[in-house]
Design a protein around this ligand. Structure first.
Ligand SMILES: Cc1cc2nc3c(=O)[nH]c(=O)nc-3n(C[C@H](O)[C@H](O)[C@H](O)COP(=O)(O)O)c2cc1C
Length: 167
C-alpha cells in the first residue's frame, strides 16, 4: 500500500486522538498525520491515499479548520486518488445533527467518486445525520462522548476495509 496522508481538524483534541489511533491501526510509519491548521494544499497533493477527519459543530458545520480550508481542495486532481473520511460527534447531545460535519465534508469534496470507507449506521442512536447516504455513513463515525469503549474496535474494522480499498 502507498503512503497515506491523514489530515484532521480538531477543536478539543478528540478528532486528533482518533487520528493517532487510526495511524497506529494502519501500521504507523505508512501514515503521515497533519493537523489541518498547519497543512497546505501541497501537503495533500503528496498522497494518493488520503484520510480526512472532522468533528461536527453548529448546524451542519465542519470543524473550523475545515471550514477555512475546504475550498482549496478544488485545485486537487482526485482522479488518481482515494479518499476516506471519518467524523466525530455526540449522538446524545446532537441526535438531530449527528456527525453533520462529516456529511458536509463529503458534500464539499470536489470529486466524490473516489471516496472509500463507508460505514454501517447500525449501533448508533440518532434521528438525523447529514453523513448518512443510501443507508450508510459516508465514512467512519466515532462518538467518544457516549461510545468511547467501541472506538478501538470500530477503527480496527474500518482500517481492515481501507487496506483493501486504498491503492
Ligand atoms: C457547540 C457545539 C456544537 C456541536 N455540534 C454538534 C453537532 O451538531 N453534531 C454532533 O454530532 N456533535 C456536535 N458537537 C460535538 C463535537 O463534534 C464533539 O465533541 C467532538 O468529539 C469534538 O471533537 P474535536 O475536539 O476533535 O473538535 C458539538 C459540540 C459543541 C461544543
Amino acid at each position: 500500500m502507498e503512503a497515506i496522508g491523514l489530515f484532521y481538524g480538531s477543536t478539543h483534541g478528540m478528532t486528533e486522538k482518533a487520528a493517532m489511533k487510526i495511524k497506529k491501526a494502519l501500521g504507523g510509519t505508512i501514515v503521515d498525520v497533519y493537523d489541518l491548521k498547519n497543512a497546505s494544499i501541497e501537503d495533500i497533493q503528496k498522497y494518493n491515499n488520503l484520510i480526512f477527519g472532522t468533528s461536527a459543530w453548529g448546524i451542519g458545520e465542519m470543524q473550523d479548520d475545515w471550514e477555512l480550508f475546504v475550498d482549496n481542495l478544488s485545485v486537487v486532481d482526485f482522479s488518481d486518488r482515494k479518499v476516506a473520511l471519518y467524523g466525530l460527534g455526540d449522538q446524545m447531545e446532537y441526535p438531530e445533527s449527528f456527525v453533520d460535519g462529516l456529511g458536509t465534508l463529503y458534500c464539499r469534496l470536489p470529486d466524490k467518486s473516489r471516496v472509500v470507507g463507508s460505514w454501517p449506521v447500525e449501533g448508533y442512536n440518532y434521528y438525523f445525520s447529514l453523513a448518512e447516504k443510501d443507508g450508510a455513513f459516508v465514512g467512519l463515525v466515532l462518538d467518544d462522548h457516549n461510545q468511547a469503549d467501541l472506538s478501538e474496535k470500530r477503527i480496527a474494522e474500518w482500517v481492515k476495509q481501507l487496506k483493501k480499498e486504498f491503492k
